[in-house]
Write a protein that binds this ligand. Structure first.
Ligand SMILES: O=C([C@H](O)CO)[C@H](O)[C@H](O)COP(=O)(O)O
Length: 432
């Protein structure tokens, strides 16, 4: 196999920034530039013209065509696309029309396998139809659910003889694995274009794929434990990142950090308690395990259901933190212990341990429904609740938000730009 191609996908919506990032990616070792679908939708064919004219390298247009193959390929090819990307899910007649148009205008066709139910079979059919490249692609939304192009890559690569590309959430390590599994083109988007130092990130991928190609070794794919991965990702992101990822939903109201500067991530052990009745909140310490978060909904906030001694017990058990929609006391001691407690009110008086209430039931805490096992992330900004069914997806989306902000932060700090300028705020104000 020839040296693998590094194709960088410019999935931005601002052409000016895309041009700048493209230059940096080429400096870091990229070979081909892909004008991403969001950029094409935002700026039209001009984006392809601009990238092709500026850089004179092989330029791809990710049209994601599913119908009228002829018209869309003609537009992209005339604008300078050397390769036009269309969808494998298209009808064969669309694929054939796309191939005919590409031949007419001197371009090639790459077919994106996103969402194809039987990838190996379809890849063989597409090769037969005469496409030039197959792209084993897991879309951005699919990646958020944990899907990975590596799982099917070698099956496809072993069955066709045209070049196979791989795309979908690749970083340096995964890109190298793709090469070892048979990809001759590696497509990387956000892990290069959203990074603060695009040159450096592109260089890392370049080095990793070249090393994998030279060594010729096959990799063993390892599956990680899901909870471990969720926790690791959530530790990297802030509650504002999570809020953005969840479209601003599921932030608790009126629950604040007693100890500032602490961040907690863990699965909820829920408690429903009555004002001042601290029996169930304290018994929950025995139910919770290392790394859990105790989340308590109290029916009032006149008397505390939590204090210093309960806090010390949590420390002994390695419990991550406590969230109380109710009152807490001994806050001076708790601050000295530096233990993360988030509560609604601070009061001096405790109530009585009568034993009313329940542990591990559905509760509404800070105005948000919390079920046992939901993920809780809390920091100085507040408390976010992530339903357990969506935990991996939300964690991944929050990480994307963080990556996106990293690049923008870099442009503000290093290039002296303003936020409005970078994201073209005026252009994207809602038309009334
Ligand atoms: O094709 C893509 C996606 O559907 C958005 O248009 C991306 O270019 C492709 O997934 C590569 O980007 P990353 O997944 O961010 O590496």
């Amino acid at each position: 196999m020839d040296k693998p191609i590094l194709q960088v996908a410019l999935d931005l919506v601002e052409l000016k920034r895309a041009v700048e990032i493209a230059g940096e990616a080429l400096e870091g070792g990229a070979d081909w530039l892909e004008v991403g679908t969001p950029l094409i939708k935002s700026e039209g064919m001009d984006a392809i013209r601009e990238i092709k004219k500026r850089f004179r390298v092989k330029t791809l247009a990710d049209m994601k065509t599913i119908d009228t193959g002829n018209v869309e390929v003609e537009m992209a090819a005339k604008s300078g696309a050397d390769i036009v990307i269309i969808l494998a899910l298209s009808d064969d007649s669309t694929i054939q029309e796309a191939i005919r148009a590409a031949k007419k205008y001197g371009s090639e066709i790459m077919v994106d396998m996103i969402n194809v139910p039987n990838p190996v079979e379809r890849a063989k059919e597409l090769e037969e139809l005469g496409v030039d490249y197959i792209n084993v692609h897991v879309g951005i939304d699919q990646q958020m659910k944990g899907m990975d192009p590596l799982e099917i890559l070698s099956n496809v690569a072993n069955e066709v003889s045209i070049p196979v590309a791989a795309a979908g959430g690749l970083d340096a390590e995964k890109a190298a694995n793709c090469v070892s599994l048979g990809a001759s083109i590696v497509i990387v988007g956000s892990n290069i274009t959203k990074s603060r130092n695009v040159v450096e990130s592109a260089r890392k991928v370049r080095e990793a794929i070249d090393k994998s190609w030279k060594s010729g070794k096959k990799v063993e794919l390892k599956k990680r434990e899901l909870d471990e991965e969720i926790r690791e990702i959530l530790m990297k992101v802030s509650t504002p990142n999570i809020s953005d990822a969840m479209h601003r939903a599921r932030a608790m109201r009126d629950v604040h950090p007693v100890v500032r500067g602490k961040k907690i991530v863990g699965k909820a052990v829920t408690v429903s308690a009555f004002d001042g009745d601290w029996a169930k909140p304290v018994e929950a310490i025995d139910v919770a395990g290392k790394g859990d978060v105790i989340v308590i909904k109290v029916s009032g906030d006149n008397a505390a259901v939590w204090g210093e001694l309960a806090t010390r017990s949590c420390i002994n058990k390695g419990i991550e933190g406590v969230i109380i929609d109710g009152a807490v006391r001994d806050v001076d001691d708790i601050r000295e212990l530096g233990y993360p407690i988030f509560a609604k009110r601070e009061v001096p008086n405790a109530g009585e341990p009568k034993g009313f209430g329940e542990i591990n039931v559905k509760i509404e805490c800070g105005g948000i429904e919390v079920n046992p096992g939901d993920w809780i992330v809390a920091d100085d900004n507040g408390v976010m609740v992530i339903p357990k069914e969506r935990a991996y997806e939300v964690a991944r989306r929050a990480l994307e938000v963080k990556k996106h902000e990293e690049r923008i932060r870099g442009e503000i700090e290093d290039k002296g730009r303003t936020l409005a300028e970078i994201v073209e705020l005026y252009k994207w104000e809602k038309v009334q």
